[in-house]
Design a protein around this ligand. Sequence first.
Ligand code: 13P
Ligand code: SF4
Length: 361
Amino acid sequence: MIRSSDIQISYDHPGCPTEVAWAKVPREPDMLEKAELVARVKRMLLEQSAVLVAHYYVHPDLQDLAEATGGIVSDSLDMAKFGHEHPAKTIVVAGVRFMGETAKILNPEKRVLMPDLDANCSLDLGCPAGEFAAFCDAHPDRTVVVYANTSAAVKARADWMVTSSIALPIVRHLREQGEKILWAPDRHLGNYIKQQTGADMLMWQGSCMVHDEFKTRELQALKAQHPRARVLVHPESPESVIALADVVGSTTQLIKASQQLMADEFIVATDNGILHKMRNLSPQKTFLEAPTAGRGATCKSCAHCPWMAMNGLCNLAEALETGKNEILVDPVTIQRAALPIQRMLDFARQINLPTRGIGNA
Ligand code: 13P
Ligand code: SF4
């Protein structure tokens, strides 16, 4: 029998997936090139009836461009919703592969492009579809709930898909129905939800190699130096880091908290790409990155996702120009994987979950 703990990916050797990703991070264009690329992308988006959907972790240039062109910058739930509801013929996803696949599954008739198709995610990589199917087969009495950060094939095996902004109400709902849950792949998010809801959850043992790097003792020390700072933590972080949080939530929820809390200083435990939006919305406030490197640390990420970093202006322009890097998912997988995603979107509508990226019209 496949046990979830059998699947381990190591990130600290030459040629490991993150090293490969860092090597593909595009170079930063100079000011002149940047202006020319921005103008070209704007023109091509219009000509191709395309919309740019970006995540908060990608380069600030892409976040700004998405907003300036009528697209969105948001968390993964709103990225999925926005692309689904938008009339554009092409959705350009600046994020990681599972976000592009989700857009394609929800919109099979639309073209979905990405700046780089190799932009992956350690949670997705750590949950191969074959092993996951065997794990599910071994526990047929459980409702299968998967995090958005999974491949289309893994979603095709699920009953529900959730993102971090809606995982708690969905699992609470399932618990109220008396259902036992098989959860994959993020063990930290899974444990957090289990603690909050009391649900019976059997976990796949995956983790995000970016959030896994946040260090508890160093965070305590930083808190001691900044006693008035509020701590904002994404639930993919380890339990001991979550325990130090004032607010735990999805990227959108953390940004909202940074606007709404009566504090001048924040320590942020998630990918540092999020600071662009936080600083723009609250320029008078101070935002500090939660520590990743410390005693015993193996900081490969330094609070930035190497796969998110693979999105740049140059490869975005190239994707639109050539039509390359189109996300394709086979029709049978689309049909099956659409069910758990649609179930989540319907649930979000029913409970009236406030959505839309922050600062988007
Ligand atoms: P959000 O849905 O909170 O944006 O999270 C996506 C993600 O990949 C976090 O690492
Ligand atoms: Fe995946 Fe972590 Fe990157 Fe998010 S930050 S996309 S969970 S590797």
